[in-house]
Design a protein around this ligand. Structure first.
Ligand SMILES: *Cc1c(COP(=O)(O)O)cnc(C)c1O
Length: 445
């Protein structure tokens, strides 16, 4: 397993993260357990900021909350001076509750509800990324009623799609997100936005995919958008102040993954901006909004190994005390992870096993064909790169309690999300009077 950030193997032969012995953490806080390497999170944020500073461009780096949103995470984003992208009232509420300044928040999403738009407008967020014509009209209407003005940028579907090693110029725009560029919707969106009396059109956004390793897809997008931005200026006199090139920067989940450094992505973006946008009256501020790249590699999940089942001549299933309830990605889209035994981190691999989650689903397999030392019940399995889209997709399937989240740093571990209790599992359940039990059969409390 590749060791990210402050992860290392200590003198006891245990996996250590942020100066904390993970075997001790498992004993103290129980498993499954999410551990986040705070130093690595900050390092990733600074890598983007530093790289942009070196380009000399006006820029903003945002963090896409949906990858991992908690109060403590919002504090780090605030301390590091990044902007925050939210996609729901829940993420917005989390940020505001953490004291994150509204003027550094912006709102994404293809179907923001009227309540969400009102809430965000009342709180004075920096801007809205308007996704479609209906939202444009709705936001204009709400802003007018409230006698407010809202800053907006339009989400454009540029006809470029990227995913890991490949990108394609689709030409078609079959996406639920954004105004299509090639179909002319984008230009029509601009025309309508400029007619709105309570909306200020500041620029554009595009996001072309996730877990992207190559930089050409970003450059191609900037080339296409540069042309569009020029057309908007020539046709409508629109000065584009903000150009948000999205997120999607890839990370190293697996030994076959070969991501680039933050600096490589930023340099490629800056190069394309200078090449394709140089003849505009004003060079727009360039925004990016990574999620996964900032938190993905910082996360590790610990599990305790339980039942082991050998299917003779076929495979050995090693079951853990979590699975698709705390990491949905393998079941959802065959995501691949690496793992090691945290308590016997130095021992060499002698067998190949399949890590099975405890959910009642045959598809709940966390890792196929993982090489480990001879596994025993009670061993602690550490799966790394679980910082993005794990906690944020965690669920209570099988009424499993969601794990605690720890931040570790300089030998200190702090709980930033408590493990759910059994009371939490039933907290919102109600029994209609007619179904009331004669007497409770368990003592709850
Ligand atoms: C999901 C998403 C992001 C973040 O993507 P990552 O792959 O986590 O960097 C950024 N912008 C938009 C619009 C998204 O939908």
């Amino acid at each position: 397993m590749y060791l990210h950030g402050t992860s290392r193997i200590n003198a006891r032969g245990h996996l250590e993260i942020g100066g904390c012995d993970t075997v001790e953490l498992a004993q103290r806080y129980g498993t499954p357990l999410y551990i986040m390497d705070e130093a690595l999170i900050r390092e990733k944020m600074r890598a983007f900021v530093d790289a942009f500073q070196d380009t000399g461009l006006a820029f903003r780096v945002a963090y896409a909350s949906k990858a991992f949103s908690t109060l403590a995470m919002c504090r780090i984003v605030d301390e590091e001076g990044l902007m925050l992208d939210v996609v729901s009232e829940g993420e917005l509420y989390t940020a505001l509750s953490a004291g994150f300044p509204a003027e550094r928040i912006y709102f994404h999403g293809n179907n923001k509800t009227p309540q969400e738009l009102e809430f965000a407008l009342d709180e004075g967020i920096y801007l809205f990324v308007v996704d479609n014509f209906d939202e444009l009209m709705l936001l204009e209407h709400i802003a007018k009623e409230k006698e407010k003005r809202a800053r907006i940028i339009l989400r454009i579907t540029p006809g470029v799609e990227a995913y890991t090693h490949k990108y394609i110029q689709t030409g078609k725009e079959d996406s639920k997100f954004g105004f299509g560029l090639d179909s002319g919707q984008a230009l029509e969106g601009v025309r309508q936005a400029l007619e709105c009396t309570h909306l200020d059109l500041m620029g554009f956004h595009c996001h072309i995919g996730s877990q992207i390793f190559e930089t050409e897809a970003f450059q191609l997008t900037i080339a296409k958008m540069g042309q569009f931005i020029k057309t908007c200026y020539e046709r409508y006199g629109l000065v584009t102040r903000i150009f948000n090139t999205g997120g999607g920067f890839g990370i190293r989940y697996h030994k076959d993954d070969a991501p680039k450094e933050a600096r490589d992505y930023v340099q490629a973006i800056a190069e394309a901006v200078r090449k394709y946008l140089h003849d505009l009256p004003v060079l727009p501020e360039i925004w990016i909004e990574p999620g996964r790249y900032i938190v993905g590699e910082a996360g590790t999940t610990l599990y305790t190994i339980g039942a082991i089942k050998e299917v003779p001549g076929i495979r050995k299933y090693v079951s853990i005390d979590g699975g698709m309830s705390d990491n949905l990605r393998p079941a959802l889209y065959q995501a691949k992870y690496e793992a090691m035994l945290a308590n016997r981190a130095q021992e060499s691999a002698t067998e190949t096993v399949t890590i099975a989650g405890k959910a009642c689903e045959e598809g709940d397999i966390l890792i196929w064909d993982l090489k480990l030392p001879q596994v025993k019940q009670g061993d602690i399995l550490a799966v790394n790169c679980t910082g993005a889209y794990n906690f944020s997709m965690a669920n209570n399937y099988n009424r499993v309690r969601r794990p605690a989240v720890l931040f570790v740093k300089d030998g200190q571990a702090e709980v930033v999300v408590e493990r759910e209790t059994l009371q939490d599992v039933i907290a919102r359940d109600r029994i209609p009077a007619r179904l009331a039990p004669k007497k409770a059969s368990v003592t709850v409390g």
